[in-house]
Design a protein around this ligand. Structure first.
Ligand code: ATP
Ligand code: MG
Length: 395
């Protein structure tokens, strides 16, 4: 394998070492590297205190100094460097009350959630793996570092992280770890939905969301996650998903929760909320029959695709609409939105010599419809002709 890390990140470690400190690559990027996957963001851990890190490099930015993280600007690129630390005394199943900086890498790795995430790599390429992470990677297994139940009691979010890794990596959750999720599932209620949402977004985008979904049910997490169905059969039938929004939309399939309820429960953004509401609406239309010109025009392509996915999950034996067909039908539309019209309100005012008012919007609607349904080509002169005919007829 090639040397791990970018030239700049290796330089950061080298300079920390030259200053007499220990520094290594850590976390998820090592896991992904060993799996031969494109590494996510590269994290560096060091025995140097945040102040010591700042004294080694001329340009640093404090991003989370209380948690020991300093952003080192290496040749204009920001590299995250975090001091070895432990987290202690969790009183509320979430954030630690106190972060303590430590000198030993092993202690730092010990606070991490799963063995496959508790790996470090030195600049020389030596793997530091005190908890059997490499073996678990080979076994394709998600296993807590230490006593699983204690670890979930400390931070209940780790339970959702376990299932999201099962989706992203397609791994099994080790038996005692799964059992501990079962025993602690209720405490997920103490975790902020913002943190849950980050993990769920990744879960939806994983290669095996079905696996995660069945773990969520098996472990009873489904009973305690907000607006989550206890029967995930239909949800699974939609998987895999090509966007997180498709996953969120699939929650509509339970039929128990509305788009707004789901969006509010997970604090989805306004854009995400609008997407779910549109899918809900499009789905009602789809239940009544195949999409019409009106639907291809009014709904976003991605909304139609997500909607069709839901519809097909419910009607596995019926012939659905393929994605190609949806793209094709959308492409064939004479206009994709009102902005595509070759005329606007000012033209109408000029043609009639009238001032703006409600009539203007009404006539723009009629023109839009005429062009959309090919009663009139989208051409300035043709629209003018069509308009005069219709306008005179109605005056
Ligand atoms: P991804 O590739 O999706 O970013 P990741 O493993 O890098 O996965 P992050 O959420 O970026 O996950 O976290 C980085 C590392 O920090 C993890 O690999 C793990 O070692 C540690 N970590 C993150 N969240 C927790 C947590 N709640 N409890 C313990 N350790 C955690
Ligand atoms: Mg990461």
């Amino acid at each position: 394998m090639n040397a791990f890390g970018t030239v700049k990140s290796r330089k950061v470690i080298q300079q920390l070492e030259d200053a007499g400190h220990e520094a290594v690559f850590v976390g998820g990027s090592i896991r992904d590297y060993l799996l031969g996957k494109n590494a996510s963001d590269i994290d560096i851990a060091t025995s140097a205190s945040p102040d010591e890190v700042k004294s080694v490099f001329p340009h640093t930015i404090d991003v989370g100094i209380a948690h020991g993280t300093v952003l080192v600007m290496m040749d204009h690129e920001p590299i995250e460097v975090t001091t070895y630390r432990t987290e202690s005394t969790y009183t509320d199943h979430r954030r630690p009350d106190e972060v303590r900086f430590v000198k030993s890498l092993k202690e730092d790795l010990q606070r991490r959630d799963f063995t496959i995430n508790a790996l470090a790599l030195t600049l020389e390429g030596e793997l530091v793996d005190p908890f059997g992470g490499r073996e678990d990677l080979e076994k394709r297994m998600i296993r807590s570092v230490g006593n699983a139940s204690d670890r979930f009691e400390e931070d209940a979010l780790r339970m959702v992280r376990a299932v999201r890794f099962s989706s992203v990596l397609g791994f099994e959750i080790e038996e005692s770890t799964l059992k501990a999720i079962n025993g602690n599932a209720e405490s997920i209620r103490h975790v902020s939905v913002e943190r849950i949402k980050v993990e769920m977004d990744k879960l939806w985008m994983g290669t095996e969301p079905q696996k995660a979904l069945s773990y969520i049910v098996e472990s009873n997490l489904s009973k305690h996650l907000p607006k989550f169905p206890e029967d995930v059969q239909l949800l699974s039938a939609c998987a895999p998903f090509t966007s997180a929004l498709q996953g969120w939309s699939a929650l509509l399939l339970s039929g128990h929760f509305t788009a707004i309820e789901i969006a509010n429960a997970y604090k989805l953004s306004n854009r995400e909320k609008d997407f779910l509401s549109a899918v809900q609406k499009a789905f009602k239309n789809r239940q009544a029959g195949r999409f019409t010109t009106e639907h291809y025009y009014r709904f976003d392509l991605e909304v139609l695709i997500a909607t069709e996915k839901l519809w097909q999950a419910i009607h596995p034996s019926l012939l659905g609409i393929t994605e190609e067909e949806i793209y094709e039908k959308h492409k064939e539309l004479p206009i994709k939105s009102r902005d595509d019209l070759k005329v606007d309100g000012r033209d109408l005012m000029a043609w009639t010599g009238q001032r703006g008012g409600r009539w203007l919007g009404e006539w723009m609607d009629k023109i839009e419809e005429a062009v959309l349904y090919r009663k009139c080509p989208n051409d300035m002169e043709k629209i003018k002709e069509w308009f005069h005919n219709e306008y005179e007829r109605q005056e």
